[in-house]
Each structure stands twice: as C-alpha cells, then as structure tokens.
Design a protein around this ligand. Structure first.
Ligand code: PMP
Length: 407
C-alpha cells in the first residue's frame, strides 16, 4: 500500500507552520517527531474527561483511567510483539529505561571485574549509565568499534567476549550514522555464550517493525516522543525471567505489596518497576500514536522512508564538497553530513532562516565525532510525513549556504 502523504500531513497541524515567512521543513525527527492530532486529542481528552489517579481507586474515573493505562500496556505489547503485557514497563523514555537496567541488572548481576560490552556508536544514554554503575561496581566497559563507513565490526565481537562479560548493550540504529545494526546476529552470538542483550531501540522502533521475540532480545528500550507520541513516556521491555531476577529501580508507592518500618515486600510485575504515579495520560497517548502508526502500517512507513533516504542521498551527493558521515549499506532515514569547511552550526543556523529544521552538533554521541575527528555534523532525519519536495528544498538550501561560503 502506498502512503497517502497529503492525508498524513493533514494529521500534523504543525507542518502548516511558517518559520521566518517560509514553510516549515521539519527534518529533525531523530531528535523528536511531530504529533498527529489524534495523539494531542488523547492528551486533552484524558485530562478533561478521564483524569484520576490509577490503580488504587474504587471510583469510576480511577477505574476508567486504570483501564486506559493497562490497555496501553497491551497496545505496546502487541506493537513490539512481547509475550506478556507485564514485560512492558513504562518509563520516562529510553534514557530512563537504560538507567533502570544499568542499575538493577548492574547491582544484582555484576561483580567487581565483570565486563559490559557496548559499541562505539552509542548515544550517551547507553554509555553514561554504565559509567555510573562503575561507581558502585568496578566493572569494565568494552567497546565494539565501527569501520570508516560506520558499520559495526561484528567479527570483533567474539574477541571482546570472555567469561567476565555480563551484558551486551547496543543501539539498534545509530542516531548519528543511521547504521542499522544486526541485532539478531549479535543476540545469537551473545546467547551462545549465555550473555543477555539490551537493545536501544530509540531510533529503530519508529521506522521498522520490531518483534522482540523474534530478535530474542533480553531488554529493549524506546521513547514515545520519537514515534509520534508524547514526551515523558517510554518503554522498557524485559524478558519475564530477567525482570523477575533483578531488583526494583526506584522505591515508592505502587511498587510495593506491604510496607512496614521493618520490612517491605515488592509488588508483582510490571508494578515492581513503576514507583509513584505513572504518566497514565502519556501511556494512553503513546498507545494512540502506536495505533496511528499501525493503521498506516510500519512496513509501509519503512518502505516510504527508505525511498526518501535514497532520494536524499542521490540529491545531496550532487552538492560540491559534501561529505557523508555514516555510509552503511543498511541505513535508516537520516543523513549526517558536512560541506567543505563550513561549520555545522553555521550551516544549521542559515538553514533555519530558510525554514529548514535540521540538527547540528555531536548528537549526544561524542565518541562517534572523535572517531571521525570532527566536532559535529549536520543531521537531516526523516519521518513518514516528509516529502521529496522538502528534500529538494533542503538541497537548495545547502547549495545556497555552500555558495555563500565559497565566495
Ligand atoms: N538512544 C538513541 C539512539 C537516541 O537517539 C536517543 C535520543 N536522541 C536516546 C537513546 C535517548 O532518548 P530519550 O532522550 O528519549 O530518553
């Protein structure tokens, strides 16, 4: 089925906005996506019509809100094809999900001298939580490198694994290079050594079908706001056996069974990991976003965005002096680039004046910048509502900036 792009664009009111008198061309989707009307309506209606704290209430509204939150959990379960709804933990986002695993898995499963493998292309949110763990357990971080094109050197993985390896934590898709990593293969290698795998799905979930059972991942994290949902809500999927084996991350209401000053017993899954009042409006709106994506079809979205990527790669490669950072054959819909000696901030600032929103800088992946010996890149990242016309506008904008600097 082809994507009805005009109809889709109607669903996103912000796309009609003008910036400095120019039509907005929003190409910063890897940072966050825009929201369709149905998602915003769910938030508004939630607060206007169905707002009461969940789980503990006997009254009508509380039960209705509880039902919406728990039904959202089932929507997420189906979206990523988890076996059980209680394997879905609502978090604030990918960052909090990874911190949860780093803390709870780290303190319960790692001893001094143990090792965790990450990759050279990780977002800071899959680096720093492990470094925080180092303050509690003296673990060693091992780093799987990528090559000049930004492709993970999987053949080196076996060399990094040893009897001290406790976990492999890896991005599904790099937010800077766009590389799609072979997580299924990584999981197979890891499991052949009985090592669990955490996948950071922040950049994959919005763009490609996710089946956590088929991938056989042990933990999987993603953020709502990158998949047309609200900010402040995200998901940690964990296999039941792991979520049972590791202790709670935060203490408070909801996550307990019985509390006394002498002893506290913890609630069952998933509540053991959801201390405090959860973002039940956010979870419900996330479910609306996932249903929206499912209605269009994540396969259709993947196909369409791949076409956009090919179109953009061809178009931009005609620009004199352009250099792509990240040239894997398996790429998601984003392009990181530099043109001549033009500083990414200059490029981004002038593009902004033309109404074009791109991201500039290190993209929270400083080790990637170090590997290429650069300070930053310009990044254009696509979503299902972008068009080839917008890519033409981007290309013309880059040309214009390049000309200014050539003079
Ligand atoms: N991992 C990757 C690969 C990302 O791109 C991002 C967001 N830029 C994150 C993790 C963190 O996501 P969040 O800020 O939503 O927690």
């Amino acid at each position: 089925m082809a994507i009805d792009i005009e109809k889709i664009r109607q669903d996103f009111p912000i796309l009609k906005k003008e910036i400095y008198g120019k039509h907005l061309v929003y190409l910063d989707n890897a940072a966050t996506t825009q929201k369709p009307r149905c998602v915003v309506d769910t938030i508004v209606n939630g607060y206007y019509d169905c707002n009461a704290n969940i789980h503990r209430g006997v009254h009508f509204l509380s039960q209705q809100a509880t039902e919406a939150h728990e039904s959202a959990r089932k929507t997420v379960q189906q979206f990523i094809h988890a076996q059980h709804a209680h394997e879905i933990i609502f978090t604030r986002g990918t960052t909090e999900a990874i911190n949860l695993v780093a803390h709870s898995f780290g303190i319960s499963q790692c001893n001094d001298g143990d090792e965790i493998i990450i990759s050279q292309m990780e977002h800071h949110s899959n680096i720093v939580p492990w470094q925080l763990l180092q303050q509690i357990r003296n673990i060693r971080l091992r780093v799987l490198p990528f090559d000049k094109k930004g492709v993970l050197q999987i053949d080196q993985l076996e060399n990094l694994i040893n009897e001290k390896t406790k976990l492999i934590a890896i991005a599904h898709v790099s937010n800077t290079l766009g590389s799609i990593n072979p997580v299924k293969q990584i999981v197979q290698i890891a499991h052949s050594h009985n090592i669990p795998v955490l996948v950071d799905g922040a950049q994959s979930t919005p763009h490609t079908p996710i089946d956590v059972q088929d991938l056989d991942v042990d933990f999987f994290a993603f953020s709502g706001h990158k998949i047309y949902g609200p900010t402040g809500i995200g998901v940690l999927y964990g296999k039941e056996k792991w979520l049972e084996a590791i202790p709670p991350y935060q203490g408070g209401g909801e996550m307990i069974q019985k509390v006394s000053f002498e002893k506290t017993t913890f609630n069952e899954l998933p509540f053991k990991f959801e201390a405090g009042t959860p973002d039940y409006i956010g979870s419900t709106a996330l479910a609306t976003a996932l249903n929206y994506v499912s209605e269009i079809g994540i396969d259709n979205i993947a196909h369409y965005e791949h076409e956009l990527l090919q179109y953009a790669t061809n178009k931009l490669s005609q620009i004199e002096g352009i250099r792509f950072i990240g040239e894997s054959e398996h790429k998601s819909g984003l392009i990181s680039f530099l043109v001549g000696n033009i500083h990414p901030y200059d490029m981004g600032t002038i593009l902004d004046k033309l109404g074009i929103a791109v991201r500039t800088g290190h993209h929270c992946a400083e080790p990637v910048m170090k590997a290429f010996d650069i300070e930053g890149t310009v990044r254009a990242s696509f979503a299902l509502y972008n068009t080839t016309e917008e890519i033409d506008i981007l290309a013309a904008g880059i040309e214009r900036v390049a000309k200014m600097f050539r003079r």
